[in-house]
Design a protein around this ligand. Sequence first.
Ligand code: AR6
Length: 166
Amino acid sequence: MPRLEAILGDITASKLDVVVNAANTNLAAGGGVCGAIFSAAGAGLPEACRELAPCPTGEARITPGFALNAKWIVHAVGPIWRGGDEDEAALLASAYRESLKLAAIVGASSIAFPAISTGIYGYPLLPATKIAIATCIAAPDVLTEIRFICFDESTLGIYEQALKSV
Ligand code: AR6
């Protein structure tokens, strides 16, 4: 099982091998963590993303990290929350699982995730956190370190609580 931890921070500063972006299906720069990653990664990322788009919900794509400290960026598309009856849970789990798969394929050993779908896409934080942790526990063996980067104290509190029962 990988080492799982949650910290407060800005994912663009992460030095782990892979940074995960909470992307949209067009892999275009948006707001939230996606906008921050596009700004910090700089030139090259928009074009790399254009070549890989579209990325359906629940899937992921990988690009270099460009100006980030991370070697790679995995662009994972989580679901928009529509009340819970539109397969959101399975799609969110899939976004995490596909991200882990791509990271393993490039030989990464460490990966940083934001709380996918819980911002602009409106997924309730507690169930999203449980899905993130349950899916990451089953990561491919090469991934030894998985870090959840929480952008605010309330997100960190939920992750810390949920990680206690792992
Ligand atoms: N580092 C870590 N976490 C962050 C950062 C950061 N720099 N900035 C925001 N967060 P969101 P979504 C947190 O809205 O819900 C974009 O426009 C944020 O507080 O970024 O999956 C995309 O292009 C929240 O906890 O992603 C899509 O169109 C979490 O990251 C859409 O938004 C996710 O919030 C995706 O929406």
